[in-house]
Design a binder for this molecule. Structure first.
Ligand SMILES: [Zn+2]
Length: 198
């Protein structure tokens, strides 16, 4: 296996990279990466490896045969690190214009993160036309998206069997626990639910 460069460090970022290098040329899932990372910050670590350290980690945006939540590292050869072409001012402008709200799922910065219990939603810059297809870093090609949508997570619905299992568990729970769950879900989704019909 190729070695882990010193600048990667020895924390969750190194664990993600080690996992990817062990599976060089093979499709891996976000679940597997999360487990290898032993951290809820796995998606951020993945982005750092790609954007700051130049590892060519491909996603469904790069490869048609990959589904959202699937990744592949095909080579340990790294691209030269590119300077950030997006200015702080551009990011601030786009965030403000989009009302600090994810333009894909509607969650706002600071809302409870549906994919990372206990954490809050973080917004990042999403490209409307992907950079690999010639999109620019200019404000008109940018929009605020949460890190989950950016990684394609919001679009991946769980397999049906899991949902049935989950519902079975909920139905078996005590009324008190079910009401607790209801309150929790209502609070969590208050902002993204469509308004009630009158
Ligand atoms: Zn989102």
């Amino acid at each position: 296996m190729p070695s882990i460069p010193d600048e990667i460090g020895s924390g969750s970022r190194a664990r993600v990279l080690r996992f990817l290098l062990e599976h060089l040329g093979h499709v891996v899932s976000s679940d597997e990466i999360r487990q290898a990372a032993k951290s809820s910050e796995w998606a951020r670590r993945l982005r750092e490896l790609r954007d700051e350290f130049g590892y060519k980690i491909l996603t469904h945006k790069d490869r048609r045969e990959l589904k959202p939540g699937q990744y592949i590292l095909e080579t340990d050869v790294r691209l030269p690190a590119l300077p950030r072409s997006m200015s702080k001012e551009t990011r601030a402008f786009v965030l403000e214009r989009n009302g600090y709200t994810c333009q894909m799922c509607g969650l706002a910065a600071g809302d409870p993160d549906p994919f990372r219990p206990g954490a809050t939603v973080r917004l990042t810059m999403g490209h409307i036309i992907d950079k690999s297809k010639g999109g620019t870093d200019r404000p008109e090609n940018l929009r605020a998206v949460c890190t989950n949508c950016n990684e394609g997570l919001q679009n991946s619905s769980p397999p049906k069997a899991d949902r049935i299992e989950l519902l079975k568990q909920v139905r078996r729970a005590t009324i008190e626990d079910q009401l607790h769950l209801l309150t929790w879900l209502e609070t969590k989704y208050a902002k993204v639910r469509p308004p009630e019909k009158k």
